[in-house]
Design a protein. Structure first.
Length: 136
């Protein structure tokens, strides 16, 4: 039986969501690094890291080979770990995400609150989809 392409059905929606988040995170990180890096270098560097992970996850999820599938698992797992670790750190140590008394929200800080918590939900959905769509 031929392998079903991961770009069908729910997979297409998932890949589209990753693509939108990749574009949003890349745009945000690009602006922050170019215009405001000196203000809060750690949060803005973390935004850039998240953008790279989202781009890699988007490409890997859109491919149907077993090699890219492994890359997708790694990227989505790193994404989930990142949003959980950075989200937790931003709650426990908000001073790391503060500049001039104002909280600096990044893609993964505060569990993705600036993006409607999509960054914390998307990798869970991605891992579920990867698990359910694998070859029989």
């Amino acid at each position: 039986m031929a392998q079903e392409k991961p770009t069908l059905g729910i997979g297409r929606l998932l890949i589209a969501a990753y693509a939108v988040l990749a574009l949003a995170a890349t745009g945000r990180a690009g602006y922050e690094l170019a215009a405001k890096f000196q203000e809060a270098s750690l949060p803005y560097a973390l935004s850039a890291l998240s953008a790279i992970i989202y781009i890699l996850a988007t490409v890997a999820l859109a491919r149907s080979t077993s090699g890219w599938r492994k890359v997708a698992y790694v990227a989505v797992t790193i994404e989930l770990a990142g949003v959980l670790l950075i989200g937790t750190a931003s709650v426990i140590w908000p001073e790391l995400f503060t500049y001039n008394g104002k909280l600096v929200k990044t893609v993964w800080s505060f569990f993705g609150i600036a993006y409607g918590f999509v960054p914390v939900v998307l990798p869970i959905l991605g891992l579920i989809w990867l698990g359910r769509s694998k070859k029989a």
